[in-house]
Design a protein around this ligand. Sequence first.
Ligand SMILES: NC(=O)c1ccc[n+]([C@@H]2O[C@H](COP(=O)([O-])OP(=O)(O)OC[C@H]3O[C@@H](n4cnc5c(N)ncnc54)[C@H](OP(=O)(O)O)[C@@H]3O)[C@@H](O)[C@H]2O)c1
Length: 242
Amino acid sequence: MTGGSAPPPAGTGGARPYVLLSCATSIDGYIDDVSDQRLLLSNAEDLDRVDGVRAGCDAILVGAGTVRRDDPRLLVRAESSRRARVARGLPPSPVKVTLTVQGDLDPAARFFTAGDAEKIVYCARPAVEKTTELLDGLATVVDAGDPPDLHRVLADLAGRGVRRLMVEGGGTVHAQFLTAGLADELHLVVAPFFVGDRRAPRFVGDGPFPWHPGRRARVVEVRQIGDVVLARYALSERCPEA
Ligand SMILES: NC(=O)c1ccc[n+]([C@@H]2O[C@H](COP(=O)([O-])OP(=O)(O)OC[C@H]3O[C@@H](n4cnc5c(N)ncnc54)[C@H](OP(=O)(O)O)[C@@H]3O)[C@@H](O)[C@H]2O)c1
């Protein structure tokens, strides 16, 4: 399986999928506010771009917190992209993937009910049995270890044919991929407003990030898209432009 328009070059460091992180923030670095509504940071043109990036991936991953809070569908929306995938022998939308420790997921969430894409739930070992019963017939529940291990998750995805993985948040999951050195590329969109409320979640929290003042990440593209700015960073040598 591969939907990647730009698969990683051969022989560049192991079998794990190419990992592309995607996030939208406010000018002050928040990815949401504290209201009950989902905060719209992107604009229509940028959402089309994100849709295109999705269409070029084999799987899309979000944390269980995002499934609960945002209830995303995680489908490719553009009919032309869906048809192009099918013409390449792929399903119309990538595999949907989530991570959970507790297994506290709603079977009625759109992650499970929207579209025909395969769904995989990587779950901490103690909750695997309970989660498998809860999601019977809706998703494949896979033991992610105890504690869960992202290397194991990526190896399992690679074994299922996933070569290009898009990670769409939230902050906890992004921070884990970044601090584990398991990210190859970051797409960061900055919306032209402030949230200004420290109770709101930020892109990432504290952590030993591999990029710091002594090791700066490489910017490979900056683009204005309507009223937002996209910055693309190469985070590993696997990024074709690195
Ligand atoms: N602006 C954006 O681009 C964007 C994109 C996505 C999300 N968001 C926002 O991000 C916020 C959610 O972020 P969040 O940090 O609370 O949640 P999250 O990162 O989506 O999910 C965190 C949850 O994932 C599970 N998890 C994390 N690491 C795991 C691992 N290694 N193994 C197994 N399970 C693991 C745990 O689930 P359990 O609790 O089930 O055990 C954990 O509570 C929301 O406000 C959402 O709106 C913004």
